[in-house]
Write a protein that binds this ligand. Structure first.
Ligand code: SF4
Ligand code: SF4
Length: 71
């Protein structure tokens, strides 16, 4: 059995560009209804159990807001 995946998104660093949302093959990232410190609707994970750990969101984020690791 694979170790559980953990995704950490720094919501206050997120600029809401949605590149990660677009590239996630699992359609597992969504734009929040809430605003971050910059007044931007940040991105959050829908359901971590649907994440394959592919790392695409980590790679495409221009501001390095996303970290992925195994527990
Ligand atoms: S690691 Fe892959 S499946 Fe998981 S949220 Fe990021 S892009 Fe989506
Ligand atoms: S790619 Fe990075 S900055 Fe853009 S919405 Fe996703 S987490 Fe935020």
């Amino acid at each position: 059995m694979n170790a559980p995946i953990v995704i950490s998104i720094n919501k206050d660093k997120c600029k809401g560009c949605q590149l990660c949302v677009f590239f996630c093959p699992s359609k597992n990232l969504v734009v929040s209804k809430d605003f971050n410190k910059k007044g931007i609707k940040y991105v959050k994970v829908k359901d971590v159990s649907r994440c394959s750990g592919c790392g695409l969101c980590f790679v495409v984020c221009p501001d390095c807001c996303i970290e992925i690791y195994e527990k």
